[in-house]
Design a protein around this ligand. Structure first.
Ligand code: AP5
Ligand code: MG
Length: 216
């Protein structure tokens, strides 16, 4: 199954992507995680991406599109993939069409998780992330069993640098509205869009998604 997961910053894309990828045995491809890993390693890509991410802006399309074009050719995508955070504008969506058509693949579903803005801000500012296995927590809504420690791999949890400044959080929401939200119409017209209420609990959101995807 070839799936995109969309929604504003903090909607729960990464949280659900982890559950879907495990349940359906497909890789979770997150452009945000790829950029954060590059920043942590101090690579050329990381140096390019960091200033855009910290400002809440999109990393330039040519960088992001190239990254995804390469990632989708890897053998773990043969049974499908779950893409989180790409595409984020029409240019990226059209590039994805071309990449997939070259690989003789098609999208099966575009999941859109919708959540009101006032809730998104709380979700982002309370989020904690594992830098090793990428598991996502929340201080209040999804706390780890032991404070500051990942349940799965024992690493120390971190706060993302783009979650700390109110200005950056606000910018990310604005960029989403302007650049990414129009893609919902784009995929609706292709009959691929599945809308999911992201204000339900993590488990209820996952159950709603599974009801649409069915058995793999
Ligand atoms: P990216 O990493 O993709 O971030 P984002 O889109 O801003 O989304 P988030 O990761 O913040 O939120 P999420 O929806 O994954 O929510 P989560 O599951 O963590 O991108 C970061 C940056 O990278 C961009 O700003 C840009 O600079 C760059 N970038 C990435 N892709 C790009 C592209 N294609 N082009 C250009 N630039 C790109 O959940 C959030 C919190 O809520 C967590 O604490 C979680 O525990 C909690 N939570 C989740 N579900 C629930 C629930 N049901 N109830 C209560 N709490 C919940
Ligand atoms: Mg995420």
């Amino acid at each position: 199954m070839n799936i995109l997961i969309m929604g504003p910053p903090g909607a729960g894309k990464g949280t659900q992507a982890e559950l879907i990828a495990a349940a359906y045995g497909i890789p979770h491809i997150s452009t945000g995680d790829m950029f954060r890993e590059a920043v942590a390693k101090g690579t050329e890509l990381g140096k390019k991406a960091q200033e855009y991410m910290n400002a809440g802006m999109l990393v330039p399309d040519e960088v992001t599109i190239g990254l995804i074009a390469e990632r989708l050719t890897r053998s773990d995508c043969e049974r499908g993939f779950l893409m989180d955070g790409f595409p984020r504008n029409i240019k990226q969506a059209e590039a994805l069409n071309n990449i997939l058509s070259d690989l003789h693949k098609e999208l099966d579903f575009v999941i859109n998780i919708y959540v009101p803005n006032e809730i998104l801000v709380d979700r982002m500012t309370g989020r904690l992330t594992c830098p090793e296995c990428k598991t996502v927590y929340h201080r209040t809504f999804q706390p780890p069993r032991q404070e500051g420690i990942c349940d799965k791999c024992g690493a120390s949890l971190q706060q993302r640098s783009d979650d700390t400044a109110v200005e950056t959080v606000r910018n990310r929401l604005e960029v989403y509205e302007k650049e990414t939200n129009p893609l919902l119409d784009y995929y609706q017209k292709r009959n691929l869009l599945v809308n999911i209420d992201g204000q339900q609990s993590r488990e209820q959101v996952f159950a709603s998604i599974k009801a649409h995807l069915g058995r793999a």
